[in-house]
Design a protein around this ligand. Structure first.
Ligand code: GLC
Length: 749
């Protein structure tokens, strides 16, 4: 009888869409109608996620029973399963299960799918929220046409330690900029609303404070005050919730001694409680089982108890839920209601995505072909890449290169590289040749004209001490009007599990630069990396430097667009650093929004008995917010509507920005505040707003900002978000150090 009844109800669920809107049940009613049919085993199945057998992003457990488990309704989602063919195959199997609950297909679509965009840290240099959102939107358009309905992105971890390889995956050191970018990326991935055929569920990760791993060592412990957690590391996650992120992913690290996966304070009190998050939390790969390694639980049984109680809804690859939740229920250690809450959160997303109405909606091969071959996507990627390139140095206006140059020597181990330009967390799309990447060599040929004199020499490898290629490189350089040297790290030297104790430019690449400079030829250096590297020799001796990160499919064209600038249809660089660049690994952590301390060293002349290193400047090599342009900008006419403000009566601020150079360009105007006295000491600067201003040569614009209570607030000792009366400094800068105009005001009682 039950079978007949459940089959009838199953049919009813799928007939829903044809009912009139008035009769159509709400999502929650539809969820409840499915939940009522489910056995405990099927409920636990929804909490279970496996890696497909095709590609892995973590330690794989060999398991030949996955297909049978899907048939039995014991799997809720697969990851690393891409393409309409393969996802359709698995969905077909799920449609043969008793209740036909569709699978979710998750993938790390971090910075593009088939079309690869710049790594997220590079995109963050654009400070261009529209461009960043469009990048994520384009990635979602491709991935959702290829069977995927869930991306494990954006990674929103604040990171202030470039030894940590995953610094490449986020938006740098600052909570304000990081929050804006988190919001833009969630909106980009999810589009107008979940359920549209080109929308992906976003996943804010890694919750929380994964980027604060001690020593920058991946997976290491995190230890910080709740106040610092709230003030610096949580804001981008809150922004993701405000953007409507469908899911969260917890992090591998323990935080203050409690693994994030089993951290009730993070997942229940804050995320699902205070922030009222209605989506679901997936564990990071195996992190539930890893609580045993942490020494926080004794075995899988205790791990499952801890994680489900703390609010981890779906178990990625640890099998603790599948193996232990049934016994925990039997032993009355947990209630069925706890399981039901997790199951309902997951089913709700499957309904919102429209998978119950059409389990194959993301599996249309024709749509896949169209989306993966849309020429508009490469144009978007090229523009995003050009906006991500940071001009660090440009002595005597060596750049942009003159179009009258006759011969260029393009030298270095990354000049003709293809896949290297993809950086870490690219997606290997089956049947798609990754050689459609435009190499730096091809980009220059496209721009400079393949018939012109473009000379090449590799010079050396990325690593190793072999200098045998130097002579050829010098010989090639001697024939050229200008030398471009492309050096850096390998793409797999940053990313997950890629922490490094030495972040110098590897090998003998800077020695090669030395030889090339000795020729007397002008040398432009391109630095390719997923993290801030240390390159003091290059910084001091090369006349021009572009930090090109890893720029993705259109790397070569974007680099050429910036090298030649507007004269040859390219662009004037406008990017600014979202993270401080240390002078040495010994200077880490170095970040702009530090406290003053009782013995502040305000410049290198007064380090004695002040907070500094005796053998190093107090300043980073390049500061947060730094980046040059081919033109110049003047800041003037700073005006405040008043100098004393009441807490609910904001100050209106305006200033004029003038393009005083000969090229049209864009300036990222940064607004910093300093709260001079607080019950908790306040940073010497905090980014509180910014504007990216486009100005033609000679043009001026007045830009306006509002200083309101929100901008003056911080978490006090009691973790209350408060604005305290007192004096504030207001600074506008082209970087956190290059302050152009400033004033002060008072917040009254
Ligand atoms: C990895 C990463 C996480 C990723 C997941 C699935 O270990 O930590 O960011 O989304 O596993 O690939």
């Amino acid at each position: 009888m039950k079978i007949f009844f459940s089959s009838f109800l199953t049919v009813l669920i799928f007939l829903q869409p044809i009912f009139s809107a008035a009769q159509r049940k709400t999502v929650d009613q539809r969820v409840d109608s499915v939940l009522r049919l489910m056995t405990l085993e099927e409920k636990i199945g929804q909490l279970n996620q496996y890696n497909d057998d095709w590609n892995a992003t973590g330690p794989v457990t060999l398991d030949s029973t996955k297909k049978e488990q899907v048939l039995q309704g014991q799997v809720g989602s697969l990851l690393n399963c891409v393409g309409t063919l393969r996802t359709r195959t698995w969905q077909n199997i799920a449609m043969q299960s008793r209740l036909k609950i569709p699978l979710l297909f998750g993938q790390d679509v971090i910075h593009g799918y088939k079309t690869t965009f710049p790594i997220p840290l590079a995109e963050a240099c654009s400070w261009d929220m529209d461009a960043i959102q469009l990048s994520a939107r384009t990635a979602a358009t491709e991935a959702s046409a290829s069977g995927i309905n869930w991306t494990f992105a954006p990674m929103v971890d604040i990171a202030r330690d470039p030894r940590w390889g995953r610094v490449m995956e986020g938006a740098g050191e600052d909570p304000y900029l990081g929050s804006k970018i988190a919001y833009a990326r969630v909106k980009g991935f999810q589009g107008n609303k979940l359920g549209e055929v080109n929308s992906l569920m976003a996943c804010a990760k890694h919750y929380a404070a994964y980027g604060a791993a001690i020593g920058g060592r991946d997976y290491n412990s995190v230890d910080m005050s709740d106040r610092l957690l709230w003030e610096v590391y949580l804001p981008p996650f809150k922004a993701a919730v405000e953007a409507g992120a469908a899911t969260f992913m917890n992090s591998f690290n323990d935080i203050n001694g409690v693994p994030a996966t089993g951290n009730k304070y993070l997942q229940r009190d804050i995320l699902k409680g205070k922030w009222n998050f209605k989506g679901f939390v997936v564990s990071d790969w195996g992190s539930i089982g890893e609580m045993i390694n942490h020494g926080n639980v004794k075995n899988e049984y205790e791990a499952a108890l801890s994680a489900i109680t703390a609010g981890s809804d779906m178990d990625m690859e640890s099998r603790c839920y599948k193996n232990s939740l049934p016994q925990l229920i039997k032993d009355k250690k947990i209630s069925a209601a706890l399981i039901d809450d997790a199951v309902k959160r997951i089913l709700r997303k499957k309904f919102e995505l429209g998978l119950f109405d059409d389990p194959y909606k993301f599996c249309n091969a024709e749509r896949e072909q169209a989306a993966l071959n849309d020429p508009a996507h490469t144009k978007i990627a090229r523009e995003m890449a050009a906006k991500s390139i940071v001009l660090l140095k440009n002595e005597n206006e060596l750049l942009p290169l003159s179009k009258n140059i006759k011969t260029i020597a393009f030298i270095g181990p990354l000049v003709k590289a293809k896949k290297q330009n993809k950086g870490f967390w690219d997606v290997e799309v089956p049947g798609v040749d990754s050689n459609f990447i435009v190499s730096q060599w091809e980009g220059l040929q496209n721009k400079f004209g393949s018939n012109s004199n473009l000379l090449y020499a590799k010079g050396c490898d990325i690593e190793g001490d072999d200098k045998s290629g130097f002579a050829e490189a010098v010989n090639v350089a001697m024939q050229a009007d200008v030398v471009i040297l492309s050096i850096g790290e390998r793409r797999d030297m940053s990313g997950e599990a890629k922490s490094r104790s030495n972040i110098n430019i590897p090998g003998v690449q800077e020695d090669l630069l030395k030889e090339l400079l000795a020729t007397g030829k002008p040398v432009v250096v391109l630095i390719n990396a997923g993290r801030p590297l240390v390159f003091n020799y290059t910084a001091e001796h090369a006349p021009a430097i572009l930090y090109t990160w890893w720029l993705g499919s259109e790397a070569g064209n974007a680099i050429a667009d910036v090298l030649f600038g507007p004269a040859l249809g390219g662009i004037n660089p406008s990017a600014k650093l979202p993270i401080s660049f240390p002078r040495s690994v010994g200077q880490i952590p170095v970040y702009y929004s530090h406290f003053n301390t009782g013995r502040p060293a305000t410049d290198d002349s007064n380090r004695n008995y002040n907070s500094s290193y005796n053998d190093l400047s107090i300043f980073p090599k390049y500061e947060f917010g730094y980046g040059l342009s081919y033109t110049s900008f003047q800041y003037s006419d700073l005006t405040l509507s008043k100098k004393k403000m009441k807490v609910n009566e904001p100050i209106e601020v305006s200033l004029r920005i003038t393009n005083t150079g000969k090229y049209d360009g864009e300036e990222i105007v940064q607004l910093y505040l300093r709260d001079k006295v607080g019950s908790i000491v306040r940073p010497v600067q905090e980014l509180k707003d910014f504007a990216k201003v486009k100005l033609r040569s000679g043009e001026s614009k007045t830009i306006r900002f509002t200083i309101d209570k929100e901008k003056l607030s911080f978490y006090n000792q009691q973790l209350q978000w408060v604005a305290e009366p007192g004096d504030f400094d207001l600074m506008f800068g082209a970087s956190s150090r290059d302050i152009r105009v400033k004033d002060s005001f008072e917040l009254l009682n």
